[in-house]
Design a binder for this molecule. Sequence first.
Ligand code: NAP
Length: 493
Amino acid sequence: MTNTVTIPTPKTGPAPFPIPTDLWIGGKWVESATKKRVDVFDPSTGKKITDVADCDASDALAAVDAADAAAAAWAATTPRQRAEILRKCYEQIVANIEWLAYLISLENGKALPDARAEVLYSAEFYRWYAEECCHVLGELAMAPASGARIMVQYQPIGIALLITPWNYPAAMATRKIAPALAAGCTVVLKPATETPLTALAVAQIMHDCGVPAGVVNVVTTSKASPLSKAVLHDPRVRKISFTGSTPVGRALLHEAADQVISCAMELGGNAPFIVCKDANLNDALDGAMLAKMRNSGEACTAANRFYVHKDIYKPFTDGMVARMSAIKLGEATDPESTLGPMVNEKAVAKIAELVDDAVAKGAKLLLGGQRLNRPGYYYPPTVLADVPDNADMMKEEIFGPVVSLQSFDDEEEAIRKANDTEYGLAAYVYTQDLKRGLKICEKLEAGMLGLNRGLMSDPAAPFGGVKQSGLGREGSHHGLIEFCEIKYIATNW
Ligand code: NAP
């Protein structure tokens, strides 16, 4: 008998099935060999929702066995066959948007509008890769000296270990699963301990859409390190695609080195948001709110440091205070809320520590800044002005609803400060002068730039960072090629 949890019914109707809480291996829900369970909490109340299997390395290796058993047949399917299954996944995720959004809000704590946006974003990876997998073209060239033929083919790289964080429980999984399956790979997914239910629900939906047994396997555990170590030392595994913090990414890169496993790393960020003196104030404020507050500020692309030209610093600061004051903080599944709780106690404590540190070093607290005295893990919308360079939040990810502002005199200074970080994921620039904006973009050390845009994520665009924000790209054609091996055939005819 499979363990399941029935989630409360959102107003729009019940989930089509109770959410299984066991391991998804070889097309079956199975209990962990450990028989252990790990609790899943609702950050809005701090109360337990349910528990899921707490597996160990032996379960994970059973998932690798299942992925291996399914690999040859899946790789032999035609692109069109894979495309049609992926397209069906897109349609089913969209059809189930309301209860999937509710489930995400429940376990992650993001407000329903953010959760709905995530469901659509996560579905789009299936649609994009359904289209993209029919366009993996090879190359044919004549060798310059000999005239022999150079043929290049893209083949599935092999079994992939996918490890995802809690901040986008659906999208970080589908951003990896869809391109992996499109390329012809089979996968073992390990979702975050805080938010396993969404990934388990997605596995069930994919099965119902015709994904064959063993092609997608999902294992949940509270002991990620021994699990990834065992999987990365299995010679059948040829890829790790990880999204999460930079320190864990570094550790996994070391681990992957032993078997020389291909690594895609989507790691932390510390995005600067530069507002030039000629920016359209309203557009910049709208973009700033999107870049800062999307997903409760718990996004790797979140604007972490605002650098605003001194001539518009005052109106921009006033505008941010007004907009942040209008946010409705409440339980994530309350339809009235526009901001839910943070994911857990550790996250709230970290934000409080960063805010206290900035204030102690001279930042001006204009809004919020105090933890709320209520059950659950809430931190209020907060605005800090004149944050000094030596404040910890200028170096570390805030990962919460805190706006950190500083003024600048000239652009070169803003660019220098923006680049003064080990991270290089995202950066934003607002100006009405396109020439100025493009010049600044070219000088910013980031994998992704938002030029007069507060949102850059798009399944059709290459998502990823430079410096210590990661290696490789997800989304776009590049995201599929990450799951391919390049084969060169030298021939004559
Ligand atoms: P995390 O602590 O690095 O965890 C991410 C995943 O790795 C979780 O599934 C976690 O499992 C697992 N993990 C933790 N320690 C591990 C280890 N030693 N070996 C193998 N796996 C391990 O990150 P997080 O707190 O969940 O997520 C927030 C971070 O992700 C932020 O830094 C954010 O910027 C980054 N992020 C980056 C992107 C991007 O695209 N660049 C997107 C989203 C988030 P447990 O849950 O069991 O600990």
